[in-house]
Design a protein around this ligand. Structure first.
Ligand code: UDP
Length: 429
């Protein structure tokens, strides 16, 4: 039997050493991709499961989409394996259908960047909105995603962080079996929205009596109700210097109040992802001359990070420009705040299509042909969100969804019932 190659990297857990060692690992893998197989971790997963089984009856192994290689370990040990899908039901519909799409779509048609990918229950997806590695069938990550999607069809159940009333069409397509045309679809449990539950400190949507409240919340306390557009791009989103300046000009011209989280530009402008710890930005040098002074009475720029859930739930927040990571979307839904969708990486382009075309709770932020979102687009969209009929009707839809989200998690709610059913399936097995 041939033995797979392995190089074991053993860093000390100090962050400077860890980051450097991870970079070394990435460098090695870029030269020898066979070394990247994450199944190297399987012996540890197996060992852990066996050792837990000595003292407990293991009812289920719940894996992330990216940890699909552990599926075989669970199967060998006869432990029921469930997926926890941390994105939307719309993206799930696409992934369960992915094998069918792979078989249906020829290499030639798939290589066309203008291809529209059709899957049941979701709007047609322009290929360019898929995660980058999934756009190229020769990419090793494409095969990994495909394999995970195949294993997912064989899982005992799929747990999804969404709720029925948010994505009814996608869920119907999955539950009706349309996404797995040639076999059974595993049971799907919508148990969301699960979000980090950090309410503003005094629970009133106002933080003025908390002396330790972050600057962003104190500033929001001084703004009128629903008047502020909040711009924040997930845990990893970053922009080139040129793009930051376009945003600044657009915000200034929009005349709207804003709270904007700014990070340093990435070293490589084509990769809008901060994968290493970032130094705080020097705002004066990054933003256009005079911008901070000229907008001082109606805008706040915060370096690197804000408590997003508290900001979204503050009564002064009236709109959210987001990269459309699924946690951010759910947090906005739970706060009843309408969005502008500006995807940067991963499955966010997919979310944009659903939010704008299907759920109608976000406006699109569209790039120009050179890939930049111009100041005029920022200005136009921010105005539209904060001060137009369209913005108001999205706000009304979000208010309804906010109540539906609460109801889903409450007594007798659909997500609560799904959780009970899931636990019942574990206990019965
Ligand atoms: N977040 C935050 N403050 C920030 C940026 C992000 O609290 O300044 C939190 C946000 O509330 C969300 C998470 O980071 O819970 C980002 O998750 P998401 O799925 O939206 O995007 P990702 O970071 O995975 O791309």
């Amino acid at each position: 039997m041939s033995r797979e190659e392995a190089v074991v990297l053993y860093p000390t857990p100090a962050i400077g050493h860890l980051i450097s060692m991870v970079e070394l690992g990435k460098l090695i893998v870029s030269h020898r991709p066979s070394l990247s197989l994450i199944c190297l971790n399987n012996p540890h997963v197996r060992h852990a499961l066996i050792s837990i089984s000595e003292r407990h009856r293991v009812l289920a192994l719940v894996i992330d989409f990216f940890c699909y290689v552990a599926f075989s370990v669970a199967r060998d040990l006869s432990i029921p394996c469930y997926y926890y899908f941390t994105s939307s039901a719309g993206v799930l519909a696409f992934f369960i259908y992915f094998l069918t799409l792979h078989e249906k779509c020829s290499d030639e048609s798939y290589s066309d960047p203008e291809t529209l990918l059709e899957a049941p229950g979701i709007p047609p997806l322009p290929k360019k909105y898929m995660a980058l590695p999934m756009q190229d069938r020769r990419d090793v990550v494409y095969s990994m995603f495909l394999q995970s999607a195949i294993e997912m069809r064989k899982s005992v159940g799929i747990i999804v962080n969404t709720f029925e009333k948010l994505e009814p069409r996608a869920l119907r397509a999955i539950l009706d079996g349309q996404c797995v045309p040639d076999g059974p679809t595993p049971p799907v449990y919508c148990i969301g929205p699960l979000i980090s539950n950090k309410e503003p400190s005094n629970g009133t949507g106002n933080s003025s009596d908390d002396r330790d409240a972050p600057e962003s919340l104190k500033w929001l306390d001084m703004q009128p109700k629903a008047s502020v557009v909040f711009l924040c791009f997930g845990s990893l989103g970053v922009f080139s210097l040129e793009q930051l300046r376009e945003i600044a000009v657009g915000l200034e011209r929009s005349g709207q109040r804003f709270l904007w989280v700014v990070r340093n530009p990435p070293p490589d402008p084509s990769r809008p992802v901060a994968t290493v710890v970032q130094a705080d930005p020097d705002l004066e040098s990054l933003l256009p001359d005079g911008f901070l002074d000229q907008t001082r009475d109606r805008g706040l720029v915060v370096k690197s990070w804000v408590p997003q859930v508290a900001v979204l739930n503050h009564q002064a927040t009236g709109g959210f420009v987001t990269h459309s990571g699924w946690n951010s979307v759910l947090e906005a839904v739970c706060a009843g705040v309408p969005m502008i969708s500006w995807p940067l990486y991963a499955e966010q382009g997919h979310n944009k299509v659903s939010l704008v075309e299907e759920l109608k709770i976000a406006l699109p932020m569209d790039e120009s042909d050179d890939g930049l979102v111009r100041a005029a687009e920022v200005e136009r969209r921010v105005r539209e969100l904060m001060d137009s009929e369209e913005g108001n009707s999205m706000r009304e839809r979000m208010a309804i969804l906010k109540d539906e989200a609460k109801a889903a998690m409450g007594p007798g709610g659909s997500s609560k019932a799904a959780l009970a059913k899931l636990i019942e399936s574990w206990v019965r097995s």
